[in-house]
Design a protein around this ligand. Structure first.
Ligand code: ZN
Length: 702
């Protein structure tokens, strides 16, 4: 038995004064019981929010160690092996590791309530020679079975030090002689050719088998992983970093060891005396169940604790985007589209690439917009829609004014976004110019929305002429570059919402969800590619982070419903070329989407079928816990068979449900047991058809 695994409540209670206990009541939300206790004699911190308990110790040997993480409902406990020390601190400075073996003096420790229904423990440690100081923050949130944490290192020596390793996931667990599987999801990679959100499951070889996740801008995978044993005891983890990182899970049975890591690639960060280095935050959660459960717990945690708040109850919006005109757009064409867009029910009108003089010169092209962009923006607003612009903030045409005046502002590597050169956002003058330009653009055109685009948002730059260290490209371009620019613009203009895109969803991280209200998944593609993307991305990310571009102007239900499930629904078509019957269909489908969007936004995704493919029927369910209702999209591409039995999940077995369909007039009354065991028959009378199934309880719940 691990010392930290024992509950200390009784003993600690008798020694009142040696520990800090608290009970927090949140008005209107029921009771959230945070108990953050510090036993000063044993030097043990026991942090609990009533569903998760995390235990850490400043040991008699002066090391700082992780003791256990327990789900208080399922009683699942994850703890390090007896013979391997584990610590949330793991970084390397000037060749020295600061980790579970480092000896510390406790400098300070406090705990307090934080925003979004959270509670934070702060622990400040100094090594025995006082050459460095680590501030560890540990956070729990109401009802969320996940621990969020971050480490900040301060150089206390009088000379510059260099941080060369930072691990965002430095956890070791006892492996309990089980078989472990690891689950990860690709990003949208190289136009979908190398990755379109394929879910990847790997069974770890107990003889040292390793599974890696390469995350961040231009990486292969989403910045997330889940793991579970053969009894469905599981862990999920996400890290809040947009630069490139390599995560890994390794299983070594002979050591009884399951090791996690997520290190920042090519880290080389100079740190002057008394300067701080912030290891990006990350979270580690517990679940019991399958990959859908891992995803759902991750999504609820992210929505509660870290994601950009939902802007309003109409989110996700219906959006129109001009890209089907590519560069061939002008104010007259766009005005004709605005009127149809407003009629269809579009809520946000976005002018895509091609509106500006050139990439980097973010002023409206006078030839295309003789009345100016503000006139179009005002017109869009007068029709009751929000207005947004495409913005490739980290790119500039070689002929742009900014690069003609400052040819050295490019990053040393360029990424060929429409023949533009890439800018180094971690170079201080670039950042300053970009913030000013963005704020000017927002004010001048009265923007509500920015569609971020580009190719690889975190550039590689090794220039010695820039304000950043030439060896510190990855971390610096992510944190001091892209993130700093967006945070500063959002601080100055908080009302403007940002959509994440970089030629598709290629920076799918849990830092991205902090800064953007939504993200594209697959870039402008067909229905099948889009459904495949939505299928995969809705494991790690809540549905609002899965927006979709629909390029067609000739519509049918197969098309519209292939784009309906998820975040904002983006019509990327020529509205002026739609036939009257297509406009009517769009009006009806947008109305339907608006009826469903809130429940899908709050719902839990069940991936009922295998990943969509041409030769099989796919079905995706959204289950809404609060109302015990389900919505299932069932789609038949080129598959044979005129019906499918679909087995919904998450229902109450004893309860009676009504089942109705969007297309078929049939209705059923079935118990949860019948629905989940035998399934319900869904008619799909032809290829390229689709059905939406609605399941609602017949009587109020117990
Ligand atoms: Zn640079």
């Amino acid at each position: 038995m691990l010392p930290g695994g024992q509950r200390k409540d009784g003993r600690a209670a008798r020694r009142a004064g040696l520990w800090v206990g608290l009970l927090l009541c949140l008005p209107g939300m029921g009771r959230a019981e945070f108990q953050f206790r510090y036993d000063a004699e044993e030097r043990i911190w026991t942090l609990s929010n009533g569903v998760l308990e995390a235990v850490f110790q400043h040991t008699p040997a002066q090391t700082f160690e992780f003791r256990s993480l327990s789900d208080l409902r399922t009683k699942d406990t994850w703890a390090p092996p007896d013979n391997i020390a584990s610590s949330p601190i793991r970084l390397q400075v000037d060749g020295t590791l600061w980790d579970a073996r480092t000896q510390w003096r406790l400098a300070a420790q406090t705990s307090r309530a934080i925003a979004r229904g959270g509670y934070r423990q702060t622990i400040v440690l100094r090594d025995l020679l006082a050459t460095g100081q680590v501030t560890l923050e540990l956070e729990l949130f109401e009802n969320q079975p996940a621990l969020r944490y971050r480490v900040r290192f301060r150089n206390l020596r009088p000379a510059t030090a260099r941080v060369t390793l930072a691990d965002m996931l430095p956890w070791s667990f006892a492996e309990l002689e089980k078989t472990y599987r690891v689950f990860r999801v690709n990003q949208w990679v190289r136009g979908g050719i190398w990755g379109n959100f394929e879910p990847l499951t790997t069974t770890l070889n107990p003889a040292g088998g390793t599974v890696s996740v390469n995350s961040g801008a231009h990486g292969q995978h989403c910045g997330w992983l889940a793991l579970r044993d053969d009894a469905d005891r599981g862990l999920f983890a996400g890290w809040e970093f947009d630069g490139r990182a390599t995560a890994a899970v390794r299983h070594t049975r002979w050591q009884g060891h399951l090791q996690l890591a997520a290190t920042i690639q090519q880290l080389s960060r100079p740190l002057g005396p008394n300067q701080d280095f912030q290891v990006p935050a990350a979270f580690l959660g517990l679940y019991h169940g399958d990959w859908d459960e891992a995803g759902y717990r991750t999504q609820r945690f992210a929505e509660a604790a870290i994601a950009k708040p939902i802007p309003d109850q109409n989110f996700p919006y219906v959006i129109w985007d001009s890209w089907r005109y590519q560069f061939d757009l002008d104010e007259e064409t766009l005005r004709r589209n605005t009127e149809i867009a407003a009629r269809i029910g579009v809520e946000l009108f976005v002018v895509d690439l091609g509106w500006a003089e050139r990439i980097g010169d973010w002023r409206a092209d006078r030839g295309k917009f003789p009345s100016g962009m503000r006139a179009l923006s005002d017109y869009v607003h007068s029709l009751g829609m929000k207005f947004g612009l495409h913005f490739a903030l980290a790119e500039a045409d070689p002929d742009s004014a900014v690069l003609r005046a400052n040819p050295d502002w490019t990053s040393s590597e360029t990424y060929h976004y429409f023949d533009a050169l890439s800018l180094c956002l971690s170079h201080q003058p670039v950042r300053q110019w970009l913030v000013q330009e963005t704020v000017r653009m927002i004010d001048e055109y009265n923007l509500d929305w920015i569609l971020q685009d580009g190719e690889n948002m975190v550039k590689r730059c090794t220039k010695t002429s820039h304000s950043h260290d030439p060896g510190d490209s990855n971390y610096s371009n992510a944190v001091d570059g892209l993130n700093a620019v967006i945070l500063e613009v959002q601080r100055q203009r908080p009302r403007v919402l940002w959509e994440n895109c970089e030629d598709g969803g290629n920076m799918m991280t849990f830092n991205m969800v902090r800064n953007y209200v939504t993200s594209i998944a697959a870039d402008d593609s067909g229905p099948m590619t889009t459904r495949q993307a939505i299928y995969g991305v809705t494991y790690p990310f809540s549905t609002r982070y899965a927006d979709r571009y629909m390029p067609d102007h000739e519509l049918d239900y197969y098309k519209t419903r292939s784009y309906m499930f998820g975040g904002p629904w983006i019509f990327m078509n020529r509205l002026t070329e739609m036939r009257p019957e297509d406009v009517e269909l769009a009006i009806a489908e947008v109305k339907l989407y608006k009826q469903l969007r809130r429940r899908i936004r709050e719902g839990r995704v069940y991936h009922l079928s295998a990943r969509p493919a041409d030769n099989r029927v796919d079905s995706l369910q959204s289950y809404h816990e609060a109302t015990d209702t389900a919505i299932i999209f069932v789609t038949r591409p080129q598959a044979t068979g005129n019906y499918r039995m679909v087995r919904p999940r998450g229902l109450q077995r004893e309860r009676n449900y009504s089942v109705r369909f969007q297309e078929s007039g049939r209705t059923y009354t079935l118990t949860g047991e019948q629905l989940m065991t035998d399934g319900v028959r869904v008619d799909l009378p032809a290829m390229w058809t689709t059905e939406i199934v609605y399941i609602e309880p017949l009587q109020p719940g117990p």
